[in-house]
Design a protein around this ligand. Structure first.
Ligand SMILES: Cc1ncc(COP(=O)(O)O)c(C=O)c1O
Length: 401
């Protein structure tokens, strides 16, 4: 039931939580419009303050003045692996295993076909998260067709039971984009490894929001985007992680000249480069790639563990405020209450969700809507505070009248 008495108390709590929050000052590293509550960083992250100046330098000096020399002198050529290494700590990867470039969809294709080629021969099944973001399902179907595998849709919660000696590849999302459910990457990866299957994890909704631990948990391959919690900008390049132990055998289905051992030898035959560099394809999109590099400076001195602790505090507080402010029965949380199963978003099921989100946005609280009936609120601990959370829930209560 909506509780008017809760209002000042929750506002006070929010103010106190913001005062004692070690990460609160990081909001200054972002250029957010005054007065806006931005809870859509799980779709498009906010603009880090340093990006505009770096981008202007890349355009005016590096491109405008140095022109072709910048491939060497401005270190453009090595940007994909350099920036891959820069974001690696956020996904628990040692250097040399991550390259940046292309979209998540394209990297998923490389990873899935590459995984099928790494898997023990003779296996026939590719297990695919049944609730996956659509592109993963589309790409998986094509990759399976090309490699002679059969897609088997699985619920990640019970996927371990489906893994067997006939499973070649397992594709799972770390956090479900619609519900915000966090899946058990360590246990699922362990189960897959026990059968010899190759794991491919989609980290789009977890990287930058919570610890991933790719090396620690012996993940084989992973992909993710950089425009959500990593704040790389609209359409910023994605990344591909190839565990060191698989690199020598990783056989990319897109062997472009940038992944060649000697790209400028211009030989007719393909010899893959050593390391994760073989995951590169064509000429990197330098403008957005260098914007991403600058965006990652927002993480200086910040650990993903600190971010996770604040993220859970924010989502706990949001759920509490929603319970206090929103009339009973109007919304139903679909994001798990248990921390072990919660990503960095809260999804609420509601009637007329699209209309409600439009109204919320008109009142300065930006989340998003996912069909058919889900209100999604993403919490990026680098720039979202507790007062934002309280105001968002209060505004939601007002929208319901
Ligand atoms: C879980 C997940 N996978 C894949 C994608 C698609 O990524 P891209 O458009 O970079 O191919 C998204 C986009 O939001 C996503 O949320």
């Amino acid at each position: 039931m909506s509780d008017a008495a809760a209002l000042p108390a929750l506002r006070q709590r929010a103010a106190h939580l913001d005062t004692t929050d070690d990460l609160a000052k990081l909001r200054d590293r972002f250029a957010l419009p005054e007065g806006l509550v931005y809870l859509d960083g799980n779709s498009l992250g906010a603009l880090p303050a340093g990006v505009a100046a770096v981008t202007a330098d890349v355009v005016h000096r590096q491109w405008g003045e140095l022109l072709i020399r910048s491939w060497d002198e401005s270190n453009w050529w090595t940007a994909p692996e350099r920036i891959g290494d820069k974001l690696s700590p956020l996904i628990g990867a040692a250097p040399g295993q991550t390259v940046v470039g292309d979209s998540t969809s394209v990297n998923l294709f490389k990873a899935l076909v590459g995984a099928a080629r790494l898997a023990p021969p003779g296996r026939t099944r590719m297990l695919v998260d049944a609730n996956t973001f659509p592109t993963d399902g589309y790409i998986a179907a094509s990759a399976a067709r090309m490699t002679g595998l059969r897609v088997v849709p699985v619920d990640p919660a019970t996927a371990a039971e489906e893994m067997d000696e006939d499973t070649a590849v397992v594709l799972l999302n770390h956090v479900d984009y619609r519900t915000g459910r966090l899946h058990d990457l360590p246990a699922l990866t362990r189960a897959a490894r026990a059968t010899g299957a190759i794991t491919v994890w989609d980290l789009c909704h977890s990287a930058g929001a919570l610890p991933v631990g790719l090396d620690e948990h012996q993940v084989d391959l992973a992909v993710g985007c950089t425009y959500k919690y990593l704040n790389g900008g609209p359409g910023s390049p994605a990344y591909l992680y190839i565990a060191a132990r698989h690199q020598a055998a990783f056989d990319s289905p897109l062997p472009g000249w940038n992944g060649h051992a000697e790209p400028f030898a211009m030989t007719p035959g393909y010899t893959p480069a050593d390391g994760a560099v073989r995951g590169r394809v064509g000429t990197p999109d330098i403008l957005s790639m260098l914007a991403l590099e600058a965006a990652l400076d927002a993480w200086d001195g910040v650990s993903v563990e600190q971010v996770r602790a604040k993220s859970l505090a924010l989502t706990d507080f949001f759920l509490e405020c929603v319970a206090a402010y929103v009339p009973e029965g109007k919304v139903q949380a679909v994001t798990p209450a248990e921390h072990a199963h919660r990503g960095s978003q809260v999804s609420l099921r509601a009637e007329n969700a699209a209309e409600i989100m439009r109204e919320l946005i008109a009142r300065g609280v930006v989340g998003d809507f996912r069909a058919p009936d889900v209100l999604r609120f993403g919490f990026t601990p680098l720039y979202v505070g507790f007062a934002d959370v309280e105001r968002a829930a209060r505004t939601l209560g007002h929208v319901f009248g």
